[in-house]
Design a protein around this ligand. Structure first.
Ligand SMILES: [Zn+2]
Ligand SMILES: [Zn+2]
Length: 135
């Protein structure tokens, strides 16, 4: 599967299926995207590579953000030493974003009312508390 930035310059090669697809409500995402929450596809680090196009990096507090040099689209983010990369799921091919949960809802600016689980941070299998919140 590929992910293509908004201007078409950068193509990400995604060599595996995502481990999880979620909406992220964290305040790092809010600041970087100007959005209440964003669609994320979490891949093993080794499954995400830049096939073509020039990218730039910047540090969003503790997370390295990788963007397209031409249009500035956020491509993916990662924590130092993390085995995961969080890809901007808005760039996946149509129909490939199938979210299963909301993460980091303690930062939510407004309730997201749907039938998915709403984690206070994130599930225990990824190192979170696994706690759910009610709005
Ligand atoms: Zn671009
Ligand atoms: Zn986030």
């Amino acid at each position: 599967m590929e992910a293509v930035c908004a201007c078409g310059t950068v193509v990400l090669e995604l060599s595996d299926e995502p481990l999880a697809q979620v909406y992220c409500h964290c305040d790092d995402c809010q600041r970087a995207h100007g959005a209440a929450y964003v669609p994320r596809a979490i891949f093993p680090r080794s499954a995400v590579s830049v096939r073509c196009g020039e990218t730039r990096e910047w540090l969003n507090r503790t997370r390295t953000m990788v963007i397209c040099s031409a249009c500035g689209s956020h491509l993916y983010g990662e924590q130092d030493g993390s085995p995961f990369r969080g890809v901007n799921a808005s760039l996946l091919p149509a129909g490939r974003f199938t979210p299963s949960a909301h993460f980091h809802c303690l930062y939510a600016v407004a309730p997201a009312l749907d039938a998915l689980p709403h984690y206070r941070d994130f599930p225990a299998e990824y190192g979170g508390t696994g706690k759910l919140i009610g709005w």
